[in-house]
Design a protein around this ligand. Structure first.
Ligand code: ATP
Ligand code: MG
Length: 467
């Protein structure tokens, strides 16, 4: 009988490894009148998940960034749930639930409604691995962490105090193990535990510190900030794909310019994107490039803050444009004709980036399309404008060209021409084409045109195809 019972347990939960709860202290229980979380900002699906788990006898809370954002009065972009149920136990309770990850299994519970499906990420409380030497690399970086623990341990493993609060929608209570709510009121971003040790465990936390400070407008606590300068080189050990994801989150946070300034102030930008080194380190000489990138990032922040989408390909195309422009001009000076000079420059620019954080291939083709469209905006005769407008990435290329106009690198009259052309009816478009013919030197800022005027015959290069 007993063996049968043990067998059943083993069959149901082959991965369960609960540690003895460490003495992590009792949480502060914060009632509604103190935390003032507005239940209307909650995702109904997240509440469904905590309710279902609680009704099945488990503990379940909304956790992490969602609680931080709720306490700030911001609607969270996604909801994470933490529970003492194991992934298998969670999976059995929901119809659309998928086990994700090998290093630490979590469950994605998907809800289909109007609009996009919503995924609620459910993770089991994690154990502290303080004494688990075999889990930690020489540098202190955590390599393996698939052990479940108590809620107190789970809280201690989280990064910042404001990211370590647990909200129970049914009682509308917040459980706060590390003084997160007090730090919220003081507008302080504070690392849990010994900051230097926490950065050694996971150097990406240094980037997260900068991102959250930019996003919340909070000040980094002195002890949290102090070790960063000395430990910044640990980012070199982080796998490039993870670094890329984190930088992407930072750029897409809606506060990218502030975050990049934060990286610079903390001395963290070196080696992340060669372009950032270049722009943030050089002074007046790079003013034009700086203006372009600043405008592009401000534009991205504005779009994200107003709930619009931003393509990562577009974003990287803007960040690398000053570099590309420099290479393009250098190629033309070497005597290469305009379009091949641009394509060579694209190769060089992308290749240089691989020395730091690799821009993943999935964005490369978008970037190339946007860039190769740029000289095509200057051809405003024959079938050219009609063909360009039909390219699948036209809108991105056009938005990009408008940014160039805004910094004066492209003639604003060309931007206006295209804006009018898009809006015009066929007769209006013909009239615009006729007017473009008579416009003198409408695109003097392009490296292409300068060459064209000097050596008219060499500009017989074919128009590049998008993609
Ligand atoms: P946002 O989703 O708004 O970017 P977030 O705080 O939710 O912010 P996530 O990356 O979604 O960030 O992580 C969810 C939670 O997991 C965090 O709030 C934090 O408690 C914990 N966490 C994430 N990454 C780490 C890390 N590297 N070290 C420690 N805890 C982490
Ligand atoms: Mg999150």
């Amino acid at each position: 009988m007993i063996t049968k019972f043990i067998k059943r347990i083993l069959r149901r939960d082959p991965m369960v490894k609960h540690t003895q709860a460490n003495n992590t202290g009792a949480p502060k229980r914060i009632p509604k009148k103190a935390h003032r979380i507005d239940p209307h900002l909650l995702s109904k699906n997240a509440v469904k998940v905590t309710d279902t788990l609680q009704q099945a006898g488990y503990e379940a809370f909304i956790v992490g960034g969602a609680v931080r954002d709720l306490a700030l009065g911001i609607g969270p972009k996604d909801f994470d749930v933490a529970t003492n149920a194991t992934p298998d136990q969670v999976q059995r309770l929901f119809r659309k639930a998928r086990l994700i990850g090998r290093r630490f299994q979590i469950v994605h519970v998907t809800f289909f409604g109007k609009g996009h499906p919503e995924i609620i990420e459910v993770s089991t409380f994690r154990a502290l691995l303080d004494n688990a030497g075999d889990h930690v690399a020489e540098s202190g970086r955590i390599l393996r962490d698939n052990v479940w623990g108590s809620q107190g341990e789970d809280a201690a493993r989280r990064d910042f105090t404001i990211n370590a609060m647990y909200y129970d929608p049914s009682s509308e209570t917040v459980l706060d193990y590390h003084g997160g709510m007090a730090d919220m009121q003081k507008k302080t971003l504070r690392m849990i535990g010994d900051p230097a040790k926490r950065y050694r465990e996971d150097p990406v936390r240094m980037l997260r510190a900068i991102r959250f400070a930019a996003k919340t407008g909070f000040t980094l606590d002195a002890a949290t900030r102090a070790p960063i300068a000395k430990l910044s080189n640990l980012l070199q050990d982080v796998p490039s794909a993870r670094l890329f994801d984190e930088i992407l989150k930072l750029l897409m946070s809606g506060y990218s310019w502030a975050a990049i300034q934060g990286l610079k102030d903390a001395g963290l930008h070196h080696g992340l994107l060669p372009l950032l080194d270049h722009i943030l380190d050089s002074g007046e000489g790079s003013k034009g490039a700086n203006d372009f990138v600043k405008l592009a990032l401000a534009n991205t922040d504005q779009r994200i803050q107003s709930g619009k989408s931003v393509s990562a390909g577009f974003l990287f195309a803007t960040l690398l444009w000053p570099d590309l422009l420099k290479n393009w001009k250098a190629n033309i000076a070497k005597g290469i004709s305009n379009i091949p000079a641009l394509h060579d420059a694209m190769d060089d620019t992308i290749a240089t980036q691989s020395s730091g954080m690799t821009i993943q291939r999935r964005f490369e083709s978008d970037m190339r399309e946007i860039w190769s469209m740029q000289p095509r905006f200057e051809k405003r005769a024959g079938r050219y404008p009609y063909r360009l407008i039909e390219s699948p990435r036209f809108r991105a290329g056009y938005d990009f060209m408008l940014l160039r106009c805004a910094t004066g690198e492209q003639d604003p009259a060309i931007g206006q021409w295209w804006t009018d052309f898009i809006a015009a009816d066929p007769a209006g478009q013909e009239a615009l084409m006729a007017s473009a013919k008579t416009e003198p030197g409408s695109s003097a800022s392009s490296p292409a045109k300068r060459r064209r005027r000097r050596k008219p015959k060499s500009d017989s290069s074919p128009e590049p195809e998008a993609g």
